[in-house]
Design a protein around this ligand. Sequence first.
Ligand code: 4GY
Length: 252
Amino acid sequence: MKFTVLSLFPEILQGFFESSIMAKAVERGAIEYELVNIRDFAFDRHKTCDDAPYGGGAGMVMKAEPLSLALESVKAAGKRTVYMSPSGRKFDQALAAELSAEKEIIILCGRYEGVDQRIIDTYIDTELSIGDYVLSSGETAALVVIDAVYRLIDGVISSESLEEESFARGLLEYPHYTRPEVFQGIKVPDILLSGHHANIEKWRLRKSLEKTIKYRPDLLEKRVMTEEENNVLNDILRRETGEDLNGFNQSN
Ligand code: 4GY
């Protein structure tokens, strides 16, 4: 798979493609990338890429001509082309999986107040938001998308690790421990040292559910639960509230 990124500050992205697991994936040819500096497509004396907004107001807008030349240079028309923006479609694990099936994705990163709307209308398939907050530019958001997508490509990460991940199962992760057994007087939970795999799995499920209730109850509302999950969930809720969920969203 190829990531093509258009940016005024490609250095922000370069380091990521040169580091650790990504660098190895690039070396093996599993991942290709191309960083395009939009300023290379501004041809006036000052290589101007921004201008004041029509209609007035604060800030500057990225000009259409350099952007379109940069996009044409990578043949963006007809390829999956996304624009990082807080007013876009919310990026999530399901969309990461969808994008990981593409042969190439082109990511446009904006600065200032954003890009001229005609660029979005002409070249962009999807405006993508990584969350409800405003960044100073699209590059850090693009890094988030690239990271979430590339690790799903075959052979980048072991499929075993991917399947175990929380979002693959729709719950938050259970806690992890490694040596030493006692750290600052806090001992690793005995069950993890017991070697009893069925009980360990059950404990992990309980911890995942407790954490999901605490931080992301919205995930549970949408989720279809197995009977075991529902039993553990009801047990947690009985302890906390004395209430029961009555087979809430159970699949069988
Ligand atoms: N949130 N998700 C985001 C962002 C910065 C001005 C347009 C986000 O994706 N991108 O906050 N982007 C703005 C900065 C130009 C992008």
